[in-house]
Each structure stands twice: as structure tokens, then as C-alpha cells.
Design a binder for this molecule. Structure first.
Ligand code: PMP
Length: 391
């Protein structure tokens, strides 16, 4: 049943249909786009393309309305319990979104002795902006301390150590939902439990939007940032959801500059597509594919999977790995492996994955999955990896 549901979804991706020789296994970098997203953009650009918020004619006023409606669409996608109070800001991706929260919202409020809890060995996009916020404070003579978030052995939030980390001076906890290298769905609830109600939490959902059902009510975070392009919208799209704090006075991509209107149109179509497909089913599908890959790799002794070892199927009870599996070959460098796989149409990511300085610095190969991927593609990859299972 899941298989026929998936076959229908897969058929909606023109790039997949056009390239039967390719297995696209790099969705954590950016996702492919289904036909309804492409059609929505084409329709918009060929029917009423105009700028927003400055119109005296229908194309412009309708574009303005589309952008406003898109904010509501994002709120609905995120299960926003209080849509009248939350700010939704359109940005170019998670990097710009996290920078906006850190530099434009947090930095001006920082006072001497304040503290920021930052992720450890997560994506640079969720580390550097918090350092920048502290640096901006320093530049006006305010001392701010950054505290690195400790993780436990499963690369999850460490409840016991978190309790010591959060103090009355904590002004922000910057966190990640699904790790972009280890693929695990982190227990965000442990952050709120440690922080109590008053401390803002900013969640980088770049790898969970479109991969896990998102509910800002359940997650209980104050800011949630994601990249639209990883959730099947066009490149150059992203979102800052700013809870009831409304968020940064962030104007570049807002009303005081030209918003990425066609990108926003694509984002609405992408969220519609994801909701119709069923994000929970996408999560189950890609988790199973990831487990198929980790199980296969466990039988090949030249490979070492990063993060938790062994089979990490959804119900393992140990950890909730999503459809991201990162590994190394004992003898073949990750870059070389990336080129070898690409020569066979197996498109993976092979480098350091923009992981923060404190992380593992050497390169690795990352396979990241989405709704269009199939067990056949995983098996094809495993066959190629088995041929290289030497050294
Ligand atoms: N955070 C995480 C966890 C990511 O995986 C990425 C993209 N690899 C980003 C942030 C940055 O996203 P973008 O490139 O869309 O700005």
C-alpha cells in the first residue's frame, strides 16, 4: 500500500522521470520539485506576475494577497496555535533565517552577562550567527557568553547536562530538530523541560520540514526556521516563524524590499503537495529506506556509519534516525567515493557537510532521502558499495 502511494508520488517528479539512470540521494542539500510546484510557478509568472505591496492594479494587489496568504499557509503547515500573533518572514533559506533571528532579533537585546546556548557540531548556519550576535554585542561593550550544547551518546539532547547549562541569564537556546549528518530526530522537548517557559528556543528545522510532521505547539519553540528549497519549493526560499514574539524587524525580504514572489508561490504549492502526500507517510518511507541502507552497510566491513550504529529503524527504541545516513569507507576518501558513485548515477554528498568546527572534520559520504526515492535505488547503491568493499 505504501509502495503504490509512493509510486504515485514519484511519478510527479519530472526530473526523476527524465533521468532513469540517476538516483538522486542528496535531498538534504536540496529537494527535487514535483510538477504541481513547477506548474504553480509557471502559472503565476505567466498570468499575473507583479511586485507586492505597492500596487494600484489587480496583478499587484493579488500578489500582495498571495504573500499574506502564504504566511497563513506556513502557519497552518506548522500547526500554529496562535496565528494572529505570530510573525512569518520569508527569507532565502535557513542560513538567512537563523542570521535574522540571531543578528536582528537577539543581538540588539543582549545585556552584559547574558548567555546563549548554541548547538555543538551542528550545521554552521546554526552556529556562526549566534557567534555573530555575541560579537555585535561585544562591539557595543556588552559581554555575552556562548555555551556549547552537550549531546549524549546518541547525539541527542542530554537532559542531565542541559539542566546545568541553562541559567537565569540564558537569552536563547539555539537548537536543531533533525541533524543534517547523523539524521536523528532530536528530543526537542528536553530543551523546554530544562529551560522552563521563559527562555526563547530557536529551532533549525531545515532537515525536518517536509520530513516530519511539524507542530510548533508540540515542539514548544519560539522560533522555527526552515529552507523552502529543501521542502520542494524553489531555491532561494526559506521561512522564519516567530511565534508570539513576531520576530525580527527584518525587512530585506519583507515589505520594504521586493519579496521572492515566485518563490513564495512555489512554497505554498510545495506545502500543499507535502500535506496532501502526507508528511507522516514520507517520514515512515524515508526512515525505512535509511534503515535498509544502514542494515546493508552493516554487512560491509569497509564502511563505518557515523552517529548511532546498526539498524535504526523507527521502532528500534534507541533513536529516531530519519532518512539521512552518513558513512565513510576505511580506505577510499569520501571525495573519491563521491566521484565513483556519481559515475554510476548515484548522486550523494561527499565532503564535511558544513558541520561546525567542533565536529568531525574529516569528510564523509551522506545519503539523504525523500519521497521520490525507492528501495531499488538503495539496493543499487549497496551493490556498488559492495563492489568497493575492499581494503
Ligand atoms: N541548517 C541545516 C541543519 C542544514 O542542513 C542546512 C542546509 N544544509 C542549513 C541549515 C542551511 O540551509 P540553506 O542552505 O537553505 O540556507
Amino acid at each position: 500500500e505504501l509502495a503504490s502511494w509512493q509510486a504515485e508520488l514519484r511519478a510527479q517528479f519530472p526530473i526523476v522521470a527524465a533521468h532513469p539512470e540517476i538516483a538522486y540521494l542528496d535531498s538534504a542539500a536540496t529537494a527535487q520539485k514535483p510538477q504541481p510546484v513547477l506548474t504553480a510557478v509557471m502559472d503565476y509568472l505567466t498570468s499575473e506576475n507583479a511586485n507586492a505591496a505597492r500596487g494600484t492594479y489587480p496583478w499587484a494587489t493579488r500578489t500582495t494577497a498571495r504573500v499574506e496568504q502564504a504566511r497563513d499557509r506556513v502557519r497552518a503547515f506548522l500547526g500554529d496555535p496562535d496565528p494572529d500573533r505570530s510573525g512569518v518572514h520569508f527569507v532565502s533559506g535557513a542560513t538567512e533565517g537563523l542570521r535574522a533571528v540571531a543578528r536582528d532579533w537577539l543581538a540588539p537585546q543582549l545585556r552584559d552577562g547574558d548567555e546563549i546556548v548554541v548547538p555543538y557540531a551542528d550545521h554552521n548556519a546554526n552556529i556562526v550567527p549566534w557567534h555573530e550576535a555575541a560579537a555585535l554585542a561585544h562591539a557595543r561593550g556588552v559581554r555575552v557568553t556562548l555555551r556549547a550544547m552537550p549531546y549524549d551518546a546518541a547525539h541527542d539532547y542530554d537532559a542531565a547536562r542541559l539542566a546545568d547549562l541553562v541559567t537565569p541569564r540564558t537569552r536563547m537556546i539555539a537548537a536543531t530538530h533533525v541533524h543534517h549528518v547523523y539524521g536523528n530526530d532530536m528530543h526537542v522537548s528536553r530543551l523546554r523541560a530544562a529551560a522552563g517557559p521563559g527562555v526563547p528556543i530557536c529551532l533549525d528545522a531545515a532537515q525536518s520540514a517536509g520530513h516530519l510532521p511539524l507542530s510548533v505547539r508540540e515542539l514548544d519553540v519560539d522560533f522555527l526556521v526552515f529552507s523552502g528549497h529543501k521542502a520542494m519549493a524553489l531555491p532561494g526560499t526559506g521561512v522564519v516563524w516567530a511565534g508570539n514574539r513576531r520576530g525580527p524587524e527584518y525587512t530585506q525580504a519583507g515589505w520594504h524590499g521586493t519579496p521572492n514572489t515566485s518563490g513564495i508561490v512555489s512554497l505554498v504549492a510545495a506545502l500543499d503537495w507535502l500535506d496532501a502526500a502526507g508528511v507522516d507517510r514520507i517520514a515512515a518511507w524515508t526512515r525505512d529506506l535509511g534503515a535498509r541502507l544502514t542494515d546493508g552497510l552493516a554487512r560491509l566491513d569497509a564502511y563505518q556509519v557515523l552517529g548511532c550504529q546498526g539498524s535504526l529503524a523507527a521502532d528500534s527504541g534507541v533513536q529516531r534516525r530519519q532518512g539521512i545516513v552518513t558513512f565513510r569507507h576505511r580506505a577510499i576518501g569520501a571525495h573519491d567515493l563521491g566521484f565513483i558513485l556519481a559515475a554510476d548515477g548515484l548522486l550523494v554528498r561527499a565532503d564535511g557537510h558544513c558541520q561546525g568546527d567542533q565536529g568531525e572534520k574529516t569528510s564523509s559520504v551522506r545519503v539523504s532521502l525523500h519521497a521520490y526515492n525507492t528501495p531499488q535505488e538503495i539496493d543499487r547503491l549497496l551493490r556498488r558499495l559492495a563492489e568497493l568493499n575492499t581494503g
